[in-house]
Design a protein around this ligand. Structure first.
Ligand SMILES: C[S@@+](CC[C@H](N)C(=O)[O-])C[C@H]1O[C@@H](n2cnc3c(N)ncnc32)[C@H](O)[C@@H]1O
Length: 277
């Protein structure tokens, strides 16, 4: 998954799917924001950078929890940074006035410095050169500034993709290539952070329910969501007609099997990483 995709088609889809992606990430957002709030405890008016901020939800969560924080969100996607700006305009001044968003590439952005905290909800697994990117991000933090980000653990531990892996193309693809699971390997990420000059890095495992469908018809909602965004939607685009049909059938079976108590939800697994500049 490359920069052009995020800046174009994939970012556009994420912008239209903001509500449903936020739903899948809700437990991650809570754990990440808890870690972020703890990281800036005792700092008056912390200055925070949200890297790969998407449509701004984590920035808004932070602004709501940290009443005097100033938050800058940057994202490659014009659609997502635009969505974040538009959403901010609809929020109370106390939150909107402390959040600003920019379309930018975080690996080279130099629009600010001295941040107390860099945070990212699943926005840092897509860099071509992760060591160089995290070294650059470190220069944006003040000395002793903190880093907190989330990322997925392995596909095997994420049933919302594991259940379909056998029907997807690209089985031999490089597991470390930029993409949603590029940071699954804890030792590899620890080495990236150390090589980039971040200290005291530690990862906490988070197991959570990935809610893919809800509302009046959770099964239809989940089937539609998976076909619009994420690895299943990508596979559906890439497969031939027979492969696509087999995947759609498996998808519907799994969605129905995971429908209970008014939602369709799959076991999912993430890391919450923390480190110090
Ligand atoms: C999985 S999405 C997460 C978005 C958002 N943080 C959320 O949780 O909804 C990854 C985000 O990282 C952004 N991204 C990827 N590479 C980036 C880069 N080099 N600079 C800035 N943003 C980047 C993408 O545009 C996308 O919005």
């Amino acid at each position: 998954m490359d920069k052009e995709e995020w800046a174009g088609r994939v970012g556009d889809v994420w912008a239209t799917e903001q509500r449903r992606t936020d739903r899948t990430f809700e437990p991650v957002d809570k754990a990440l924001v808890d870690a972020a709030v703890a990281a800036v405890e005792g700092i008056a008016a912390p200055h925070i950078l949200d890297v790969g901020c998407g449509a701004g939800t984590t920035s808004f969560s932070l602004a709501a929890r940290l009443r005097d924080a100033g938050i800058t969100g940057i994202d490659l996607s014009p659609a997502l940074s635009g969505a974040a700006t538009a959403r901010a305009a609809a929020l109370p001044d106390g939150i909107a006035g402390r959040c600003r968003f920019e379309q930018a590439d975080a690996t080279v952005w130099a629009g600010g410095s001295g941040f107390d905290l860099l945070v990212s909800r699943h926005g840092v697994m897509f860099f071509d050169d992760s060591v160089a990117a995290f070294a650059h991000l470190r220069t944006l933090a003040k000395v002793g500034g903190r880093l907190a980000f989330s990322c997925f653990r392995s596909p095997k531990e994420n049933d919302w993709v594991a259940k379909f892996a056998h029907l997807m193309p690209g089985g031999a693809a490089d597991p470390h290539a930029p993409g949603p699971f590029a940071f699954a390997d804890r030792d590899r990420v620890a080495a990236i952070l150390a090589d980039a000059g971040w200290q005291d890095a530690r990862a906490t495992a988070l197991d959570f329910a990935y809610v893919a469908g809800a509302g009046d018809d959770p099964v239809a909602d989940a089937n539609d969501f998976f076909q619009r965004i994420g690895p299943v939607s990508r596979a559906i685009r890439e497969l031939d007609d027979a492969g696509r049909e087999a995947l759609r059938v498996a998808l519907d079976e799994q969605v129905r099997a995971h429908h209970a108590d008014g939602v369709v939800s799959f076991p999912a697994a993430a890391w919450i990483w923390e480190a110090r500049a």
